[in-house]
Design a protein around this ligand. Structure first.
Ligand code: AMP
Length: 429
């Protein structure tokens, strides 16, 4: 016997009825994005490898270790051999599209959102997959469009609190920080490097390496023994210049004013030059070790790092897989019931055609309908209707068609009524 072929490690099938919960999250997000004037963008699932090397950074794990990359051979004279990569995140693709389509020339603030799969070759575990799904948004534009304003940072964060409420997730914590501008961070990096020189021998091997290559990344370390050492290191807040401090204060002031709770967490930094000022993360207490629901921040230098015009911006990406896990853990949102309202059961050989006409009439009137088969006996039709989750069963036999009166039975109460053909849909509504 041939061996079974299974889904590849780190990928999975999402089956009904769970898919209904996924759709619920997606629809809630689309609704919120509309309320905040964000519009959908769809970028390719694979891109030139260089985009991620430059747009995410070669020393980030997701680029150095976790990308699905392949050499794409030229197939025709007009094509070039090229290194391609399945996107590990979507910000770089969106900013590439912004630059490529000269979206900055409109002068307006671009507010874009995306929904789709991302790919990272991480060690799979609960809440961490190699193909996972993100919903994210990016707000960017020329400085004159107001893209640098702390009001935009606060608006994005307020939108996320609204979105979580709309989705039905209640138990979240917002962690907030400012990593300053590139000058602030250069000074902080230097201070960290000096402080680490004295203590790094006592730290994990990863930290020993990071202490040399990218000291900021030491702050991401999760090794328990390293935590007291990290807690004693200099803090970013002491290195923020006047402008960065004012920007951060304004973000906090607006959040306080609109009533959004947050905790300042000075360890939340993004170790990249073009990440600037505000960074944030929403976590959930019931997600275990993969507790981050979503993360985001400002990237005022990203467009320029990709060869584009000055286009300050801020964005976030939320993990759709983790939103669904959080909803299931909170048990407050029921899986939306997408089962059919009615099961149309042809009664007797040759009745499939009549039943098909009635099912079509009902579906046209927006009644979700499942259709049986005229080879089914009555008992089998009842079983099929129950398995489909239908609330009613409607029998379509020769007598019913001739008389125009149909038996409609409520499957949970057992009540049965006789309904005229033209009243079936109204009755079901
Ligand atoms: P990041 O792009 O790393 O900032 O991730 C943003 C969000 O995407 C995280 O907060 C997670 O919710 C989600 N996420 C990142 N990596 C994975 C993964 N491998 N599997 C599932 N969700 C992920």
């Amino acid at each position: 016997m041939a061996g079974l072929i299974k889904a590849v490690r780190g990928t999975r099938d999402i089956l009904p009825p769970d898919t209904a919960l996924w759709q619920h999250v997606e629809q809630a997000c689309r609704h919120i994005f509309h309320l905040y004037n964000f519009h959908e963008i769809r970028t390719p699932i694979f891109e030139d490898t260089q985009l991620f090397a430059r747009g995410v950074g070669e020393d980030k794990d997701i680029v150095s270790k976790e990308m699905f990359t392949w050499e794409d051979k030229a197939r025709a004279q007009s094509e070039k051999a090229q290194s391609l990569t399945l996107r590990p995140e979507n910000t770089a693709g969106v900013v590439r599209a912004y630059i490529e389509h000269k979206m900055g020339d409109t002068g307006k603030l671009q507010k874009l959102y995306y929904i789709g799969p991302q790919f990272r070759r991480e060690r799979p575990q609960k809440g961490r997959y190699r193909q996972f799904y993100q919903i994210g948004a990016e707000l960017l534009g020329p400085p004159a469009s107001g893209s640098e304003s702390p009001a935009r940072d606060a608006e994005i964060i307020a939108m996320l609190a609204h979105l979580l409420r709309e989705v039905g997730i209640k138990e979240w914590t917002l962690l907030l920080n400012s990593v300053g501008n590139s000058d602030d961070r250069a000074r902080y990096n230097q201070a960290l490097r000096e402080a680490l020189a004295a203590v790094k021998d006592k730290m994990c091997v990863d930290c020993q390496r990071r202490a040399e290559t990218n000291p900021l990344r030491v702050l991401d370390c999760k090794v328990p023994e390293d935590q007291p050492i990290i807690d004693a290191l200099p803090k970013i807040s002491a290195f923020l210049g006047e402008g960065s401090r004012e920007h951060f204060n304004e973000v906090k002031k607006i959040l306080n004013h609109v009533g959004i709770r947050y905790e300042v967490n000075e360890r939340m930094v993004r170790g990249l030059d073009y990440y600037t000022r505000t960074t944030f993360e929403f976590t959930h207490g019931k997600l275990g070790s993969q507790s981050a629901l979503l993360g985001g921040g400002r990237y005022d230098g990203l467009s320029e790092a990709l060869g584009g015009p000055k286009a300050p911006g801020i964005g976030f990406a939320l993990g759709l897989d983790r939103f669904v896990l959080a909803l299931q853990a909170e048990e407050t949102v029921a899986v939306p019931d997408l089962s059919p309202i009615v099961f149309v059961a042809p009664l007797g050989q040759g009745m499939n055609a009549e039943a098909a006409v009635i099912a079509r009439e009902l579906r046209k009137q927006a009644i979700a309908t499942e259709l049986g088969d005229d080879s089914f006996r009555v008992k089998k039709s009842f079983e099929a209707a129950e398995r489909a989750g239908a609330k009613y069963i409607l029998f379509v036999g020769e007598n019913e068609v001739a008389s125009g009166q149909f038996a409609l039975k409520n499957l949970s109460t057992g009540d049965q009524v006789s309904v005229a053909r033209e009243d079936i849909a109204t009755k079901l509504k």
